[in-house]
Design a protein around this ligand. Structure first.
Ligand code: SF4
Length: 423
């Protein structure tokens, strides 16, 4: 049985080049100080990261029905839930590459359905990619090549906060001329406008629900056609159209999880068509900011392991991929599953409301204490153990350091221990 919970006694450990696991930008230049179990960031972190590192308290005891038990007792209780389940759902999946791999292996063994806590919002972009294709780019390309950047209903004030510093207004670029000439536009609600100091952004105000109309208006302008928009918004849109006509490399940035769900797929699809039109005469691409809580990692690991990007079922003889049917919220609302295994290791993410027998594999903030629950405590990747995460542009995986030694198990280790009880 693996051992847990011993705190290192080093008075102070300083590290640099630390990768931050708290949003999918995965900034890898943080400097941290570890004192006992406490971690603080001394350089290069955004407010969200500072708060998240400070809040990462060591995990406590395993729980069954909210009562502390030994790890062996908790694993046995979890085993009973999985053995009695006719259709389990493995969701959350907020973990690192090894954690997702181990989740998929156990899900296959249990005939489970798998989804991620951001599965529904990530699916918008995937459906567009599958049906029409997309020209996408990377953080490095935005930083070094883009001369027009359009934030399309994207809010980079909390999540993706350092996107401005790293990609939009970097201190250095491989193309200083492009950087000097760069024009940045924000199309969307006023409250979303970037507030980062030194970022000169031209606003085009519209509500979230007006985004499809404004994007349609922009496409009409670029084709030299009329549109029905009037007022200041129309003027600002005309300025954006002119900038795009003379751009050498335009990039549209959206965050699928921040777009109105009713319009998200349509908006991403329209942006992709606009990008395709621009590519007939110059160069343009899209960049999706998303996949926090290990979402991009879960997508990539599922795709290379099972051949499908999440929201599939291992219940049948072959894998059944159905992103509409196998959404966590729908499965719970329709009583289509009879047990839930939920993984959350980065922030406080408890499972959606349900009364099912529930196993939570999670950090201290994700502990579940209700009757019928089993809590298996694990560490946070990049704090309690090493690991790997995929970045938002899905072109690189970043290594994570271990910053403290609390003896907490990783998700992969906990799942291996749980799998062993099923032998
Ligand atoms: S922008 Fe994201 S990855 Fe970078 S420091 Fe902030 S939370 Fe961490």
């Amino acid at each position: 049985m693996p051992k847990q919970n011993t705190v290192n006694s080093d008075p102070e450990l300083r590290r640099d080049a630390v990768t931050c696991p708290f949003c999918s930008l995965l900034c890898d230049d943080l400097e941290t100080v570890t004192r006992g179990p406490q971690i603080s960031v001394s350089a290069n972190a955004c407010p969200k990261a500072r708060k998240a590192f400070a809040a990462a308290t060591p995990v406590g005891s395993p729980l069954v029905d909210g009562k502390p038990v030994t790890l062996e007792q908790a694993l046995n209780a979890a085993k009973r839930i999985l053995k009695h389940a006719r259709q389990p759902l493995f969701s959350g999946l907020a973990t690192d590459v090894d954690g997702v791999r181990a989740s998929l292996a156990l899900a296959e063994r249990c005939g489970a359905i798998v989804d991620h806590l951001h599965g529904a919002s990530m699916a918008h972009g995937i459906r567009v990619l599958q049906s029409r294709g997309q020209t996408m780019t990377t953080l490095a390309e935005v930083r070094n090549r883009a001369d027009v950047v359009v934030l399309l209903g994207a809010d980079i004030n909390e999540d993706f906060h350092r996107f401005a510093e790293i990609c939009l207004t970097p201190a250095e670029s491989l193309s200083p001329e492009r950087l000097a000439a760069r024009q940045i536009f924000h199309l969307g609600p006023r409250a979303q406008r970037p507030r980062q100091a030194g970022l000169n952004c031209q606003p085009i105000a519209c509500t979230a629900d007006e985004l499809p109309n404004f994007l349609g208006g922009l496409r009409a302008l670029l084709r030299g056609r009329q549109h029905g928009l009037t007022g200041r918004g129309a003027k600002a849109l005309a300025a954006l159209a002119e900038a795009l006509k003379s751009a050498a490399y335009a990039v549209f940035v959206w965050a699928p999880g921040q777009l109105p769900p009713a319009h998200a797929e349509h908006l991403i699809g329209s942006a992709g068509e606009l990008i395709a039109e621009l590519n007939q005469h110059s160069r343009a691409a899209g960049l999706a900011l998303g996949g926090n809580e290990g979402g991009q990692t879960a997508l990539a690991t599922a795709a290379w392991t099972a051949g499908y990007p999440l929201q599939f079922s291992y219940a049948g003889e072959t894998i059944d991929y159905d992103p509409l049917r196998y959404q966590t919220a729908r499965l719970l609302a329709e009583d289509s599953v009879d047990a839930l295994l939920w993984i959350s290791t980065f922030s406080a993410q408890v499972p959606p409301a349900n009364t099912l027998p529930c196993i939570v594999i999670g950090n201290a903030a994700s502990a579940l204490t209700r009757p019928g629950s089993v809590y298996l405590p694990v560490g946070t990747p990049g704090i309690d153990h090493t690991g790997q995460l995929m970045r938002t542009d899905s072109v690189v995986s970043l290594p994570l350091q271990k910053l403290r030694d609390t003896g907490a198990l990783s998700t992969a280790q906990m799942l291996a221990a749980l799998a062993a009880t099923l032998d």
